[in-house]
Design a protein around this ligand. Structure first.
Ligand code: 13P
Length: 248
């Protein structure tokens, strides 16, 4: 056992109109597990109103991305400072969908994570291999390179959460075996300890993401170095997400 508190983080991606705020109220009412930290990352359009209703609840609100600069001529972008200003406490950086669609590099993800910290946000830094890399048995090499390239110096157990999301498991209904998940999470833990030292390396939470559902959250969440989940589809409905929170 360790004393890392579990986290259930929901990534709503580009889903959710105002009426979806009722899901957060339903989740709060269900109060599935006071021992588990809950973070919801809705589309940017909902952050302000979600943060307002979550003020009284033990639910944190996060952005799904931020720009690496605080302000400037960057049409359509949102800075970490703006996310914090609107009530967010967390931000996802380096999600594979952004790495792919916007060619985000490790260096850019690192800058974004740095600006998240400067704004006082917790960075949820995502890493994960493609199916081709998994088949070529390059998973640890890829994940190791992403980890060292995407995380700035100065990580602590409070400002950093790492999310391991194998790209091929996202939205596919496929998941790695428990042994495969353990192998990668144990590797990430060892890398964090070697770079940031024993205390910090052991304090950073490492989440699993990719087709996490109520049915598999218990066994995945029980693995030694799995400190929770980053959940996409199953975080949209309180009925599903509350079961995952309870399982964790
Ligand atoms: P799914 O849970 O829908 O597979 O998405 C995972 C994810 O990408 C979370 O960031």
């Amino acid at each position: 056992m360790n004393n890392r508190r579990k986290i259930a983080a929901g990534n709503w991606k580009m889903n959710g109109l105002r009426q979806a705020l009722s899901e957060v109220e339903a989740l709060h009412a269900a109060n599935p597990n006071p021992n588990c930290e809950v973070v919801i990352c809705p589309p940017a359009t909902l952050i302000r109103s979600m943060a307002k209703i979550c003020g009284e609840m033990e639910i944190n609100v996060g952005g799904q991305d931020c720009h690496e600069n605080n302000a400037g001529a960057h049409t359509g972008d949102i800075s970490a400072e703006m996310l914090a200003d609107t009530g967010a406490t967390h931000v996802i950086t380096g999600h594979s969908e952004r790495r792919e669609a916007y060619a985000e590099t490790d260096a850019l993800v690192r800058s974004k994570s740095q600006s998240a910290w400067a704004a006082g946000l917790v960075a949820i830094v995502c890493i994960g291999e493609s199916l081709a890399h998994r088949k070529a048995k390059d998973t640890l090499e890829i994940v190791g390179a992403q980890l060292s390239g995407s995380i700035p110096d100065g990580a602590t157990g409070e400002n950093l959460v790492v999310a391991y999301e194998p790209i091929w498991a996202i939205g596919s209904g496929l998941t790695p075996t428990l042994d495969e998940i353990s192998e990668v999470h144990d590797f990430i833990r060892a890398q964090l300890i070697s770079r940031f030292g024993e205390a910090t390396g052991n304090a950073v939470r490492i989440l699993y993401g990719g087709s996490m559902k109520p049915d598999n959250a218990t066994e995945i969440g029980a693995l030694a170095n799995v400190d929770g989940g980053l959940v996409g589809g199953a975080s949209l409905k309180a009925a599903d997400f509350s079961r995952i929170v309870a399982a964790l």
